[in-house]
Design a protein. Sequence first.
Length: 154
Amino acid sequence: MSKECLKKDDVNLFVSALYYSINKSIGDVMGSGGMVLGRRASKEMIDFLKDEGILKENMSFEDIKELFVDKFGLSEDLKIEDSGKEVVFYIVKPTLTKFLQKIKEQNLKPFVCPFIHLLSYLYEELNNHKFRLMLTDVQQEHDTVKLIFKKVYE
């Protein structure tokens, strides 16, 4: 029997299953308290990526886009709209579509999601942490997922 590399769709399905099962478990066990765990997991992911030299100081939006689209292959494109009061990330053709569909179908909160926490952290950092981003809505329009954040000034 010959060894074959996993196809990209198979990897995306596996990662979607992994993220779905983690988020479902957190919700079932911790309820809304899972947001604290999600933030902590995201912090650890960010620290890991910094230690690996992937996340760097003073990243531009183009650097962030290159990271998500080209390096990690999490979507085909990434756009941003900052209206002053809110920030909207447009994730075009996300590779974790199955995960996103499943949590939406079951009305689960995305406690651990690479798009939400990593993007919000990097955008906050890009803006010298003048505000924090709080997720207010996730919408799907055709092949694009919109992550809508409210700016919270401290």
